[in-house]
Design a protein around this ligand. Structure first.
Ligand code: TMP
Length: 212
C-alpha cells in the first residue's frame, strides 16, 4: 500500500448556530491567513463538491421529509466526497483549508439537535474521514435570544432555520460541550459583541494557535 502523503497544510473550521455572523467572519479568517502568506482554500459543508452541493440542496429545501438517520448519512455522504476530493488533496499540497462547518456540526445538529447518539456519529466519522480533526475550530457563540433576534425578519428560511427554539438550544449546548471537552482545538468566541471586537479576538486566537 502506498504511504499517504504527509499533511502540510492546516484545516480551520468555523462553527455556530444561525445568526452568529459566520459568513462575515469566515471571510475575515481567510483574509487573515492570506495576509500571513498562506495559500487558502475557502469551502463549506454540506457542499464543496458538485455532489455535496446537490446533497446540500436536498437537506436545506424546506418541506423535504428526511428522518434524522437519513439526514446524518446524507451529510456524511457529502463529507466523504469533500474530504477525499477536496480537503485532503488541498492539505497535502500545503494549502490552508478554511471550512464553513465540519464534523462538529454533525455532533451539534444531528447529535444535540436530533438526538442521534454521539457514538454513532463517531463511528461514521471514523469510517468516512478516518477521524480527521481540524487544527483549529472557531465556535462563534451567541445566546439564543441574540440568534433569534438576528434571524427575525429574514424570509426564505431553510429546512434547518425553520426548527424551533428548543432545537437550537440543544445544538448550542452540544457545541459548548464539545468545546469544553476539546478546549485546545475548539475556541469559543463570544460573537454577541461588536464586529470589531469579535474580529480582534479571532485575530488573537489565530495568532496564538496557528502562527506560533
Ligand atoms: P449554513 O450554510 O447556513 O451553515 O447551512 C448549513 C446547515 O446545515 C446549517 O443549518 C447546519 C446544517 N448542518 C448540519 O445539520 N450538520 C452538519 O454536519 C453540517 C455540516 C451542517
Amino acid at each position: 500500500m502506498n504511504k499517504p502523503a504527509p499533511m502540510t497544510g492546516r484545516l480551520i473550521t468555523v462553527e455556530g448556530i444561525e445568526g452568529v455572523g459566520k459568513s462575515t467572519n469566515l471571510a475575515f479568517v481567510a483574509g487573515e491567513l492570506q495576509g500571513a502568506g498562506h495559500d487558502v482554500l475557502l469551502t463549506r459543508e454540506p457542499g464543496g463538491t458538485p455532489l455535496g452541493e446537490r446533497i446540500r440542496e436536498l437537506l436545506l429545501q424546506p418541506g423535504n421529509e428526511i428522518v434524522p438517520m437519513a439526514e446524518l448519512l446524507l451529510l456524511f455522504a457529502a463529507r466523504a466526497a469533500h474530504v477525499e476530493t477536496v480537503i485532503l488533496p488541498a492539505l497535502q499540497s500545503g494549502r490552508w483549508v478554511v471550512c464553513d462547518r465540519f464534523t462538529d456540526a454533525s455532533h451539534a445538529y444531528q447529535g444535540g439537535g436530533r438526538g442521534i447518539p454521539g457514538a454513532t456519529i463517531d463511528a461514521l466519522d471514523q469510517l468516512v474521514t478516518g477521524g480527521l480533526r481540524p487544527d483549529l475550530s472557531l465556535l462563534l457563540d451567541v445566546p439564543l435570544e441574540v440568534s433569534a433576534e438576528r434571524q427575525s425578519g429574514r424570509g426564505d428560511r431553510d429546512r434547518f432555520e425553520r426548527e424551533a427554539g428548543p432545537f437550537f438550544r440543544r445544538v448550542r449546548a452540544r457545541y459548548l460541550e464539545l468545546a469544553q471537552a476539546q478546549p485546545g482545538r475548539i475556541r469559543v468566541i463570544n460573537a454577541a459583541r461588536s464586529l470589531p471586537e469579535v474580529q480582534a479576538e479571532i485575530r488573537r486566537v489565530l495568532q496564538e494557535s496557528l502562527f506560533r
